[in-house]
Design a protein around this ligand. Structure first.
Ligand SMILES: NC(=O)c1ccc[n+]([C@@H]2O[C@H](COP(=O)([O-])OP(=O)(O)OC[C@H]3O[C@@H](n4cnc5c(N)ncnc54)[C@H](OP(=O)(O)O)[C@@H]3O)[C@@H](O)[C@H]2O)c1
Length: 177
């Protein structure tokens, strides 16, 4: 069972810019349309847990639904899933350990955890087992941070690095307990 973060971050550790935008992430030249290992990663996971804000961002993307696995959206405010997404998304709320336990009982053992606040909440409870972070060589100077405050440091072991498109670096870390 693993809870895995797979995310793109600026050099200064932001996952969205000051205007909540991702242009800086998508504007890098990618002539051959590499997915930067995303399909291989998706094959490893059973489901995705994302925060409501990330779900709202994805609803605005001008592309097909990017996930091949069930998506669970964390929200205390959403009462129902927008019609266009009812066959793709379920809403969840409550204690993260309960949610993860309930998903495991349904056979969803390896989870892709997405969204800034969501990742920070999981880290605060030491519920993240792997971090796969692609660093984009831009300093945004502000925005939505990937990491926040913790009560205790969390140590990770570095297992792999891949360089993409001559400019991005994807680092894979596994929690050392
Ligand atoms: N760079 C990348 O690869 C990447 C990846 C993903 C997202 N992003 C960007 O990150 C931004 C979104 O991140 P974010 O930090 O704003 O938020 P987020 O984690 O996507 O969403 C936060 C919301 O999730 C819900 N939530 C979180 N924890 C919860 C819990 N334990 N129980 C119930 N609900 C919970 C709450 O929704 P309610 O308010 O409804 O209760 C909360 O307001 C977007 O701009 C997105 O584009 C970037």
């Amino acid at each position: 069972m693993s809870n895995i973060v797979y995310i793109g971050a600026s050099l200064d550790g932001f996952i969205a810019d000051k205007n909540n935008r991702l242009d800086w992430l998508h504007e890098l030249p990618n002539p051959e349309g590499s997915d930067l290992g995303f399909a291989d990663f998706m094959a490893r996971v059973d489901a995705i847990i994302m925060g409501r804000n990330t779900f709202e961002t994805i609803q605005g993307f001008d592309c097909d639904w990017p996930y091949s696995k069930p998506v669970f959206v964390l929200s205390n405010t959403l009462r129902e899933v927008p019609k266009a997404f009812v066959d793709k998304v379920s809403l969840v709320r409550g204690e993260l350990t309960d949610i993860v336990g309930q998903l495991a009982q349904q056979g969803f053992n390896n989870l892709y955890i997405d969204g800034g606040q969501t990742i920070q909440s999981f880290l605060q409870q030491d519920l993240i087992d792997e971090l796969i972070i692609t660093t984009i060589p831009t300093i945004l100077g502000g925005g939505i941070p990937l990491f926040g405050k913790l009560n205790e440091p969390l140590k990770f072991k570095h297992v792999n690095t891949v360089r993409y498109l001559d400019c991005m670096v994807k680092n894979h870390y596994v929690r050392q307990r």
